[in-house]
Design a protein around this ligand. Sequence first.
Ligand code: ZN
Length: 195
Amino acid sequence: MLCDHCGKAKLKAQTKPYHYTECGLLGVFLRNVQWSECPACHARAATLPRAGQLHRYIAWRVVTKSTMLTGEEIVFLRKMLRKNQKQLAELLGLSQVVLNRWETGARNGHASANDSRIRFVYLTMRKDEYTRRMNPKVWEMLHRMFGKVDRKAEPIRLRIDPADCAPAEPASAEIGRFMESRGFSPILRSEHINS
Ligand SMILES: [Zn+2]
């Protein structure tokens, strides 16, 4: 097949892993992928099977890695959430200018607390075969506690009987009801009571 790009040479099939720069991350290489390169202009053509799943998997590996996210990785996660900079900035409660700085790696990047926040937003908003591998109880708890936090600051309003403040009882009943409403067995209730 003649090169689409320059038309000067035939594409040559390659056996090396495919450096998947198109995903925006510079360290991703795909093995066992059919791809070819033009010897003249070095344009490449690749066939990626299951591209959607591949992207979700890359995102999962990014969000669970043990070092700080890079700017490119923040961009990747944001795109997987199908948010533009303005929308993700709003979710994180910061200005678009600040998020842009993190994404482009200007200044010294983001602090580790914000690193966790980005991952948290991803994990609570993204529902796929990888994020679901988290223990469903943990996932539901996280989502319930923080997934829908209103950005508006408002003083908490509570009516409390000091006699009802023991940790096990009220929490387990409430969480147990929630879990049952989501189809989880009420095991958690007894776990809470025992703890
Ligand atoms: Zn070419």
